[in-house]
Design a protein around this ligand. Structure first.
Ligand SMILES: Nc1ncnc2c1ncn2[C@@H]1O[C@H](COP(=O)(O)OP(=O)(O)OP(=O)(O)O)[C@@H](O)[C@H]1O
Length: 259
């Protein structure tokens, strides 16, 4: 396996508050890399920065050997009275990131509530084609047979698990070279989590490498090759699947007691 994504000493946040610092992360080809951490520790902000949606403050995002950010550190804000974002060029371009094949399925599976499954997938295909990347239109129904049975249902009538599958299907239609899934089990019952784990296994079977952010250790243990513990904006530990402890042990390691 070779490194497809290398995140090197990446720092960022929401001006002027720094959320994460000096993050190093490597995703090998075909691998599934997990990120576990409690609410508010900066996992989503890290993913949004790797996607270029938020400008990194410093560090590099290297994808398939290409540095996606402009070199150097972001210049500091010179005056609060000026529009900083107009004065300073962005360090990363999210369109370039998406075109490179780094696809981000955002937390909470944002969808159009009034569109059916079939209509949503059709919009996703059109968008992916416009961006120069599109997979086989029938692929989502092969990957997630449950969606086929629901293809005439509006998104707002889907279960949480089905909504998440639909969001992941849209991501897969963009023919990702790497897929980032942000907390897919958010708000799901234990039964739906099992269904969703099957869906992520189906994606894994296609060989697409994944960064999987979640707060469910059992879900992550089932799916990842490597788990990174994300603790107050930094990666404090990384472990192979066989070494992942249970939820209480991880929380004890982070906070000195079970939560
Ligand atoms: N748009 C924003 N502007 C300013 N601060 C933000 C914004 N979004 C998030 N934050 C703050 O950044 C910090 C990290 O949030 P983030 O969502 O990245 O954490 P997280 O680990 O993904 O948590 P969760 O699992 O709850 O999503 C939090 O303190 C949050 O309040």
């Amino acid at each position: 396996m070779s490194a497809l994504l290398r995140v090197e000493r990446l720092s960022g946040g929401y001006e002027p508050v720094q959320v994460f610092r000096d993050v190093d992360l490597v995703v090998e080809d075909r691998a599934c890399v997990g990120l576990f951490g409690p609410n508010g520790h900066g996992k989503t902000t890290l993913l949004r920065t790797i996607s270029g949606l938020i400008d990194p403050w410093s560090g590099d995002v290297i994808f398939d050997g290409v540095v996606l950010n402009r070199p150097g550190e972001r210049r500091s804000r010179s005056s609060r009275n000026l529009n900083y974002d107009i004065l300073v060029r962005r360090r990363m371009d999210p369109t370039r990131v998406a075109r490179a094949g780094l696809v981000h399925v955002a937390q909470g599976s944002p969808l159009f509530p009034e569109l059916t499954v079939a209509e949503t997938l059709s919009v996703a295909v059109t968008a992916a084609r416009a961006g120069g990347r599109a997979a086989d239109v029938d692929m989502p129904y092969v990957l997630f047979p449950q969606l086929k049975a629901r293809r005439q249902s509006k998104a707002r009538f889907l279960s949480g698990g089905e909504r998440q599958m639909l969001a992941m299907a849209c991501g897969m239609l963009a023919a990702p070279r790497l897929l980032m899934l942000d907390e897919p089990t958010l708000g799901l019952s234990p039964k739906l989590r099992v269904e969703l784990a099957d869906a992520v296994h189906a994606i894994r079977a296609t060989g697409v490498p994944i960064i999987l952010v979640d707060q469910d250790i059992e879900f992550l243990r089932d799916l990842v090759d490597v788990l990174n513990i994300f603790d107050h904006g930094s990666i404090s530990a990384a472990m192979a699947r066989a070494d992942i402890p249970d939820h209480d042990a991880v929380m004890a390691q982070m906070f000195g007691g079970a939560r």
